[in-house]
Each structure stands twice: as C-alpha cells, then as structure tokens.
Design a protein around this ligand. Structure first.
Ligand SMILES: [Ca+2]
Ligand SMILES: [Ca+2]
Ligand SMILES: [Ca+2]
Length: 437
C-alpha cells in the first residue's frame, strides 16, 4: 500500500514558497507594481504600449496602473479573447489618481479592442473593492466569463464579479461575496462550475453553493444551481478535496479550521451539481506539539478519500490539550449506508509526519503512546500495571542508543519487544503497520 498522500500539503507549501521566491527573483510580470519606483522602470511591450496609449486617449493621463495581487494574470494588462471575434481583447486595471468626491477608491477596468492592430477603448467600468486579488476566465457555457476577485479593507470575505463581454458591451452576470472558492467541472459536462462558501449573517452560518449553467437548459449566464447549509462551526474552509464516485456524483471533503487548533471536515455529495450533506459532524480533530495539522486525503491510496478525527490515547483523556497525545482515526464516506461516515483505521501520526503507525485492532483501547523526553522516539505501551513497552519508534539520523534498535527505513528506527506477550507484533505485522511517508 502506498500511503504518501497525507503530507502533500507540507510539500505543497514548500513548493509554493519556492515558487514565490523564484517569482520574486525573476519578476513574474512584465510590468510589476513593486518595480514602479525603481530608477529604471521596466519597459512595456509593444502591445502594452499601444494599449496603454489607447487607454490614455480615453481616460486622460491622471491614472496609474493597478496589478492583481494573485492568480494567473498578474499584469495590469490582460490580453484574452473574450468574444467570438477571433483576436484578443485587452483589459486594463487602473486607478484614477484623484479620488472621487464620495471617496471611492477609483478602481476601474477598461476594455479595449483592436482593429488591424489599432487599439481603441470600447468601454470602462468601476471595480468594487479596494484591492484586486485576481482575475480569472471561466467557461460556464461555451462563452468566456471574466471573474474579478476583490477585497476591501475591514472585510473578511472577498467579492467576486463575473462579467461577460460581447460586441463592445460588458454585462455583470453575477456577483457574490465568499470566503472560499474553487473552480471544477463538478458534473463532468466539460464546463466549469464554481464551488464557493459564503457566510450568511442573518442565519449565522455559512452556505456552500454551486454556480454554473444547468446542462439541460440553454442558459446564457451562470446562476446558483444548488445551495446547502454548512455546520455552524465552519468559518474558515482550508481545502476542498474531491472524490469522484461516478460520472454524475462526487464527494466533496471540506476541511476547515475552527480556531484554537481545532479543525473539522464536512462532507458533501454533489449529484449533477446538486449538493447534499453527508452526515459527518464527528470529524473533529486537534493539533498540538504531538499531532500535526491534518487534512482529508486518500491515506491508503485506494481511490477513496479518508477524513481524519482525533481522540486522546488511553490515559490522556483528562489532560489538557497541549499535553494530550492523539490517536488519529480515518473515516470514509459510506454512500451505501445512509451517507454517513465509517471508521477505517486508527493510527498514530508522528509530530512531523515522517510516519504513520496503523494501530492494530488487538491493541485498540489497551495500548497507549508515551513520548521519550529529549528524543524523537515514542513507545507504544500496554496500559496496565505492567506497562510493557511493545514497540518504540524513533526518527533519527543515527542509530539510537540502547539495545534492540533496528533500522526500519532511511531515518526511522524501531525497537520491537522480544517479550513473549501475545500483544507483541511479529516482524510482518510491524511492516504492515508502520508506513513511512
Ligand atoms: Ca475577440
Ligand atoms: Ca460542469
Ligand atoms: Ca483511501
């Protein structure tokens, strides 16, 4: 069994940091806002210059370019074929240098079109918010929708505005605020859907929604296809993972933070873009110095997602959270059984995620974990008056001191008891239980 999925996030973050560093060093966009104050500003490309000149013919000189802070399109100039005419149109984000009388931020976007390489501004509109987070292009129905995501000071949720462009006209197709959003083709019809989570201040909880166009209707603009309430403690969704069940159905695992090192997972079922809840309100977990932050993942590589939940190992039940050592239980969504969740494994996940130990069934409820002071070793100990140490596992570059240690993998050492106690693992059992990540 391959169990290399759990800590993708760790490496994902590392890769993102590296990417960010690489972008910073190489300069990701042609004309970056952070470079504006340098003595030798970077030159616009020929096309950008032509577009910029055309823009200023329309707006005048008292403008400054604005750069989306994230996403794929980081330039103030975005070139994209927005309509059925085959050449690219240009979108330029800018700010009026003079604030308007009512104190608006003056953030605007201008649309320009070309005729034989001659650019002309065709329309212009304000952008709500004070900062452009990202610009994306979606294909909900065979046409391009422009998504502009903005944030505003003192607002935790961001805003999305979806725009359609046709024959020199821009129309706002949809707008919403949201705390989490992801694009996916949920119903496998070849067109995008947006899955998003937004807080409803009147109801006091968040909803998840699917935005798109219904496959059986000839709709020209995207609309909300489905809405489902989320558990009241879902405030900050961290990650969405999808498990495809068949052409029409997917399970959506929403991992979320509740604050105070507490986390949870809510599982939804999407059937042809209709969301329903899977009963999953027991997927609660904590992280502390002994247990890392965990996410839903296909822990055993069988194509089915598992969601983690923590319970204190025996003997730690009444300790404070920082002192507790947790067993991590992994649950799958049981769509055969009233859409509930079923426990598949009980594990110990070590602090830095180097290994997962699958606690054998005959140990469960009878064995606890003890952390060695001053080393990266833990011991699995029978929880009775004898306190027999059944197994110790150590993450170390060198062979740990003391008798009985054997190398298990690169930097994982094990010390399996040679006692005749029936609880002791055989070598084969140990190989099956200990999964190095
Ligand atoms: Ca075009
Ligand atoms: Ca779709
Ligand atoms: Ca699995």
């Amino acid at each position: 069994m391959k169990k290399r999925h759990l800590f993708k996030i760790k490496y994902g973050i590392r890769a993102l940091l590296l990417l960010a560093a690489a972008c910073f060093l190489s300069g990701c966009s042609v004309f970056d806002g952070s470079l504006e104050n340098l003595l030798h500003p970077p030159k616009l490309t020929e096309t950008q210059t032509a577009v910029y000149d055309a823009l200023k013919l329309s707006t005048g000189d008292q403008i400054e370019l604005v750069y989306p802070s994230g996403g794929e399109y980081r330039s103030a100039f975005v070139l994209y074929n927005l309509d059925e005419e085959k050449t690219e149109e240009a979108i330029v984000f800018y700010r009026e240098k003079k604030l308007s009388e009512n104190g608006e931020s003056g953030l605007r976007m201008n649309f320009l079109d070309q005729d034989n390489g001659v650019w002309t501004s065709v329309t212009d509109r304000p952008v709500a918010g004070t900062k452009i987070e990202s610009v994306s292009f979606y294909n909900f129905n065979g046409y391009v929708s422009i998504g502009v995501i903005c944030s505003a000071l003192a607002q935790t949720e961001r805003s999305l505005s979806l725009l359609g462009y046709s024959e020199g006209q821009v129309e706002e197709q949809f707008k919403t605020s949201f705390s989490f959003m992801e694009t996916d083709d949920l119903d496998n019809d070849g067109f995008d859907e947006l899955f998003y989570v937004s807080y409803d201040a009147v109801m006091g909880y968040s909803h998840a929604r699917v935005l798109g166009t219904a496959a059986d209707e000839n709709m020209s603009v995207p609309e909300v296809l489905s809405t489902v309430p989320l558990y009241p403690d879902v405030s900050s969704v961290q990650r969405l993972s999808r498990q495809k069940l068949n052409e029409n159905e997917s399970l959506l695992f929403l991992d979320y933070a509740k604050g105070d090192n507490a986390y949870g997972t809510q599982i939804l079922l999407s059937y042809k873009n209709n969301l329903t809840q899977v009963f999953s309100d027991n997927l609660n977990r904590r992280s502390n110095a002994f247990t890392p932050i965990l996410f839903s993942t296909d822990i055993d590589g069988d194509g089915r997602m598992e969601a983690p939940a923590t319970t204190a190992f025996i003997g730690y039940e009444n300790r404070t959270v920082p002192e507790q050592i947790y067993a991590v239980e992994w649950y799958y969504a049981d769509t055969e059984n009233n859409n509930t969740v079923t426990k598949k494994y009980t594990t110990y996940v070590n602090t830095w995620g180097e290994y997962i130990f699958y606690v054998p069934v005959r140990w469960q409820g009878l064995v606890t974990v003890e952390k060695h002071p001053n080393s990266n070793a833990v011991s699995f100990v029978k929880y009775d008056s004898g306190s027999l140490v059944l197994l110790s596992v150590c993450v170390s570059d060198d062979l740990p001191e003391g008798p009985g240690w054997k190398k298990f993998d690169d930097n994982i050492y094990v010390n399996n008891s040679d006692s005749s106690d029936p609880m002791v693992l055989t070598d084969d059992e140990l190989k099956n239980c200990l999964s190095v990540q």
